[in-house]
Structure formats: structure tokens, C-alpha cells
Design a protein around this ligand. Structure first.
Ligand SMILES: [Zn+2]
Length: 446
């Protein structure tokens, strides 16, 4: 319970015209201006891209400038710090958590990729992080939270804000069962409603922010199903927000991934009605041409980059044309087929994260394109059981056995090939190492 202010009390009794005059006379004293900065899907982008986009040192400067500009601000991140660069792959994500301390986030939600190196590794992240990394709907069978607390309370310009972190219930589709261990995901809307009520009653929270790592359809559903949530700050989808998702002054916001953007919400919160009365959302591009790198963060970034450079900056070959991400998937499949000599190869789209530029190829580019530590697995499967996703129009004899190579991720979760029960019992090499060797051997990719 919070105290009813005198003005709120009067407002309940007085005629509307009188109320508005009173409000004006007191300079709208119940309205508070707040700024919320946000990012998502940072994916271990320590350094800017070759196009001069992003990088932690540049993001740090952008955040610092916005914090200085705003009288009252929070910086939140909606998850997926790890996976996406050699620094992350070689050190299993830990350096990202360490360097992010320098950017001083107020709250960070768990993303699905935080499970990439197994759930036990998350305890290392928690040990390094000097900021809360948490989630309200990740529990074990006994109902204990994996990363407590379920929500945080922050007082900002006299507004008591509850930040409730949520993970997509589709998490089991996004990672291996062994990485997830005993942790399961509770339903989104139900959990959010529950903790809004708890935070309101127990902590006197007035404003509610859902910090979510969920799919776009789930974002839209939450916006409509839980009107008590004032704001949904989201992550997971890498497309950025193509359309503004909004219901009055309630919004879903999400930035582009890989430190390419800093989101900034500026809003007016009326503590009397407990509503957002005005809201404005901007996306600030983090381009190296627009910001100086933060020197302290930059030193840390350089330190980590130097450690991995010895491993990944050797030249291994040359590309005589550029390949976009889709074409790169074909190249990866080709490298597997030529190396292992299987009849078919299937690499899922999500496994390939970037393409190749024309010119010299270094191991780094292959790490960037294939950041996940996936192993190739091979099965012998009858033609009649091969799905179109693998055949892609090829004709086969129904009774003949065909060798098929795919990633362990695809074999474990056969949604990607729209089938189930196919067996891939033979373990092959790691796809990234295979591809690096393939490039080294042929020297020229054409
Ligand atoms: Zn994600």
C-alpha cells in the first residue's frame, strides 16, 4: 500500500475542471520525467564491425552521454551477452560479463544464449557481474528460481519502478537439454501479472517494466494480455523493430543486435494516475564515426582482443567474391560435403551468423560466421525418410540408405528439418574447425 497524496485525494472529490486548474497551479507536481536506456543481444561484440558499427567502448560512450543528458535514467539490457565473437567462444562468455561492469547496467535479463556453455557456467557470470542478472520465470521442479531475484525495485525521480525479467517459454527449442539441466520456464503473462501484484503490494511499486528475452509474437501477446505492465523492453529477435508496437502510451521496444544501437525511452509518468502520459522512443546508432571510444572500456577490449588475436588473425585463404549470410550457409555446406563426402548436408540458417567479404580470409571471419561450438553428426537414413528440407528437390530411392551430415543442434532438435526421430549416431569434427581447414587446404573460395 502506498500513501494517497493530498492531491490524489482531492482529485477524487473535485469536479474535473477544478482538478485541471489545481494541477496547473502546482506545476503538474505528480508528473515525473524518466529516461530508460536499453540494449539487447550484445553477443560479445567487443570491437566494432568492419563497417564501423558498434563495439563496447563506443556503446559505453553513447550510454555515458545519454546518462549525462538525462536527469534521471536507467540502463537495462534484455539478454544474450554471450556468443558471437572469438573472445566469447574461447573464454565461454565470461569476459563479456566482466567488461560490461564498466558500462554499469542497472539490470540485465537472462537470454537463451546465456545457456550456451551449460547452465553451470551462468554461476560464473553471476560471480563476475557487479549488476543484477536475473529472471522471474526460470525455475527448477521445486519452483526455486535459477537467477533470483524475480524483480528489482529502482527509485527514479520519485517513481518506484519494478523491473521484472522474463525468458521465452520456447527456451527448450533454443538450447540442448543438457545445457538447460533442471531449469524450466514458467508462462509469461501469468508470471508477469503475479510479480506485478507482489511488487505493488510488498514494495509499493508504481511503474512496471517487463525486461524480456522473447519472440516478437510473445511481445505482442504480453502487451495485450498484461495491461498493468507500462513498458516491455525486449530482446532476442535480431531484426530490430520494423514497426512500433504500441498500445496508447504503452510500448514494446527492442534495438538492433551486436551493439549497433542504443535505445532511449523518454517518458512522463504520472504518479497520481500511475500512468505514462507521454512517451518518446529513439534509437541512437552506435557508429564509430559519431563517438570516441571510452578509454577505460577500450583498454579492456584491447586486452581481450590481443589474447585471441594469436588464435584467430592468421590468414587462411582468399575469397574471390563476397558472400552474404545466406550464401555463406551454402559455402559451409559445401565445405562439409567436400570434406566428409556425405550424400547430403544440412546446416541450419541460425548457425551461420555472417558472410564473407571479398579478399583475404582469416580464421576470425570463420569464427564470426560460425560462433557456436557445434559439432557435425552423421546418420545413414533411408531415402523414404528424408525430408524436403534435406533433399531440396533431389530424387532418391526410397529403400536406399543415404549418409547425411548435420549439426548436433539440428539432430537434437529436429524442428529445423521438420521431422523427428532421425538418428545421427556418428560424431564428426566441429564445424568451425572443419571449415577453417577446408579454406586452408583450397586457399581460394569461389
Ligand atoms: Zn536470444
Amino acid at each position: 500500500m502506498h500513501l494517497v497524496s493530498r492531491r490524489h485525494f482531492l482529485a477524487g472529490l473535485a469536479a474535473p475542471a477544478v482538478v485541471s486548474q489545481l494541477g496547473r497551479a502546482q506545476g503538474d507536481s505528480t508528473t515525473r520525467r524518466l529516461t530508460i536506456l536499453h540494449t539487447n543481444d550484445i553477443h560479445a561484440r567487443f570491437s566494432p564491425s568492419r563497417e564501423g558499427v558498434g563495439g563496447l567502448a563506443y556503446l559505453a560512450t553513447a550510454i555515458k552521454q545519454e546518462r549525462t543528458r538525462a536527469a534521471h535514467s536507467l540502463y537495462l539490457d534484455a539478454g544474450d551477452f554471450v556468443q558471437g565473437s572469438p573472445v566469447s567462444s574461447l573464454y565461454e562468455g565470461v569476459p563479456v560479463y566482466e567488461v560490461m561492469n564498466l558500462l554499469e547496467p542497472d539490470a540485465v535479463a537472462m537470454g537463451n544464449h546465456e545457456f550456451d556453455y551449460g547452465w553451470q557456467r551462468v554461476y560464473d557470470y553471476l560471480a563476475y557481474a557487479q549488476y543484477p542478472l536475473f529472471c522471474a520465470n526460470l525455475v527448477n521442479q521445486q519452483g526455486l528460481l535459477f537467477t533470483p531475484p524475480p524483480y528489482l525495485i529502482r527509485d527514479l525521480n520519485g517513481v518506484r519502478i519494478a523491473i521484472i525479467a522474463l525468458m521465452t517459454p520456447r527456451l527448450p527449442e533454443l538450447t540442448y537439454a543438457s545445457n538447460l539441466g533442471p531449469w524450466r520456464v514458467l508462462p509469461l503473462a501469468e508470471t508477469l501479472r503475479h510479480y506485478i501484484q507482489v511488487a505493488r503490494e510488498r514494495d509499493g511499486a508504481q511503474m512496471f517494466i517487463a525486461l524480456t528475452h522473447i519472440f516478437p509474437a510473445e511481445e505482442a501477446a504480453l502487451l495485450h494480455e498484461v495491461p498493468e505492465a507500462h513498458l516491455i523492453i525486449s530482446g532476442h529477435d535480431h531484426g530490430g523493430m520494423r514497426e512500433i508496437l504500441r498500445d496508447g502510451n504503452r510500448m514494446v521496444v527492442r534495438t538492433r543486435p551486436f551493439t549497433a544501437e542504443l535505445g532511449r525511452i523518454e517518458l512522463q509518468f504520472d504518479t497520481a494516475s500511475q500512468r505514462v502520459t507521454e512517451i518518446d522512443w529513439a534509437r541512437i546508432p552506435v557508429n564509430t564515426s559519431d563517438f570516441q571510444p571510452d578509454p577505460v572500456v577500450d583498454r579492456e577490449v584491447q586486452k581481450w582482443e590481443a589474447r585471441v588475436s594469436a588464435v584467430v588473425d592468421g590468414e587462411i585463404g582468399e575469397a574471390i567474391k563476397a558472400y552474404n549470410r545466406t550464401e555463406m550457409r551454402d559455402v559451409v555446406e559445401r565445405s562439409v560435403k567436400e570434406t566428409l563426402g556425405t550424400d547430403f548436408v544440412f546446416i541450419n540458417r541460425g548457425a551461420v551468423r555472417s558472410g564473407l567479404s571479398v579478399g583475404k580470409i582469416h580464421a576470425r571471419e570463420i569464427w564470426d560466421a560460425l560462433p557456436f561450438g557445434n559439432r557435425i553428426v552423421i546418420g545413414r537414413i533411408a531415402g523414404s525418410r528424408l525430408p524436403q528440407s534435406i533433399l531440396r528437390g533431389a530424387s532418391v530411392e526410397p529403400d536406399k540408405l543415404y549418409s547425411v551430415a548435420t549439426l548436433d543442434y539440428v539432430a537434437a532438435n529436429q524442428r529445423e528439418i521438420e521431422t523427428e526421430g532421425l538418428e545421427f549416431p556418428e560424431a564428426g569434427p566441429f564445424v568451425r574447425e572443419l571449415m577453417i581447414e577446408w579454406v586452408e587446404k583450397r586457399r581460394v573460395v569461389d
